[in-house]
Structures are given as structure tokens and as C-alpha cells.
Design a protein around this ligand. Sequence first.
Ligand code: AMP
Length: 233
Amino acid sequence: MTMTDSIRFEDLGLTEPTLKAIGELGYEEPTPIQARTINYMFEGADVIAQAQTGTGKTAAFALPIIEKLDRTTRTPQALVLTPTRELAMQVAEAFHSYGKYQRISILPVYGGQPIERQLRVLDRGVQIVVGTPGRLLDHIRRGTLKLDAVRTVVLDEADEMLDMGFIEDIEAILQETPPERQTALFSATMPDPIAKLAKRYMRDPQRITVQAEQMTVPQTRQVYYEFGGRDRL
Ligand code: AMP
């Protein structure tokens, strides 16, 4: 993983329990997206980050969200929208591992999972909700998910959500959150409807672009030859 040489996790304002958790995961230095995004996330600025999976984007938003949580209440303070249930589970899992030494509560919500369990947990109270737009909207409309205390909304893989036809659901959800919220948008590409969404719902966003990870070192030349099976030896 490409690292920036100067910035350390300690310099980014992370507390001891978080440093311990990520240390155990083997994270030694922030990736470029983390080095450039975490401060803005702490400041409460809106962020548009053009970054693909594999760049460490999840920790770039999850670590500051965990650090900024108000531990005294169990109301949803951060909301992460993902295109698929797999990503929702993966992001929720990342929050769990980063928050291992802190008392934080996270709920993944997605379609296809019985709603009763989600209702029970929501009723008890959660601080971070990660979910797919359709099911989130379902909860909002039932009145089981209250968003008036949400301070940060993350749109993860926004271009994928667009491709899956979620753009109207995303807008409907954003409209249910306080207008003074922080909005962070992560997307590998910036198609027009995503740029428009950003323009409409984000204030003075900081823009960050990181290159996709190189898959091979430049010194390696890759070659292939096609043969029939009997000529293989
Ligand atoms: P993501 O782009 O968020 O899906 O992360 C890609 C992978 O990189 C995940 O397996 C993370 O656990 C890992 N990762 C994230 N940040 C770091 C880091 N600073 N050092 C090492 N691995 C990391």
C-alpha cells in the first residue's frame, strides 16, 4: 500500500484506544486518502473524495466518526449509505474493529434481513447506522429511525449507488437529516448526477483525489503466451 512519508496516525488526532485497535490490525501509517481526509472529517468540513476500494477509504471516514461520537447518548449521530448489503456489513465490521476498545454501538441495516432484529436494536438505541438506501428509507418512513441528531452523513461508493438507481432515495434521506450536518462523499468516478447531488447538498466541499493503487511494481514486466494444452511443457 502506498504510504505518505511524513504523516503518522498520532498526528491525526486519534486517541489511544483507536491507535491500539488499528495497531493490532497492522496499520502502521495512514494511507494517502486517510492522511488527507481525516483532518477535514474532524473539522466537520464537507468532503468529496475520489477514491476506489482498496485505498483505505473506510478508515478515512470511520476513524474520525468514532472519535467524534457523543458517548453519552445512544441516538444515531452518523449515517453511512452504501450501495450493497455486502458493503454495509463490511463497513459496520470495520467500525467494530476500529472501535474495539470503546463503547460504541453500530447497526447495519439492509434489505433481505428480517426487519424485527433491526427494530429491536434501533429501539434500544444506536450511534452509527450503516445501510442501503432502500431499507434506510423504509425505517425512516416507519418512524423507527430518527435522524434529527445526525451530524455526519457518508455516501460511500456514490457512483455505485447511482448505478443501482438509488439517487432519489439518497436525496430523500439527506432531506431528513439536519441541514447543518457534515456530508462526505466517496466515489471512484464523478458522473454528472453525483456532481449535481454534491452541488445541491454539500457546502463548500474539500476535494481530494487519490490515484488507484498500482497493481504491480513498475520493475515487473508482465507477459503471457497462449498455448494449447499439449504444447504446455
Ligand atoms: P478500503 O479501501 O477501506 O476497503 O480498505 C482496503 C484495505 O486496506 C482493508 O483491508 C483495510 O483493512 C486496509 N487498510 C486500511 N487502512 C490501512 C492502513 N493505514 N494500513 C494498512 N492497511 C490498511
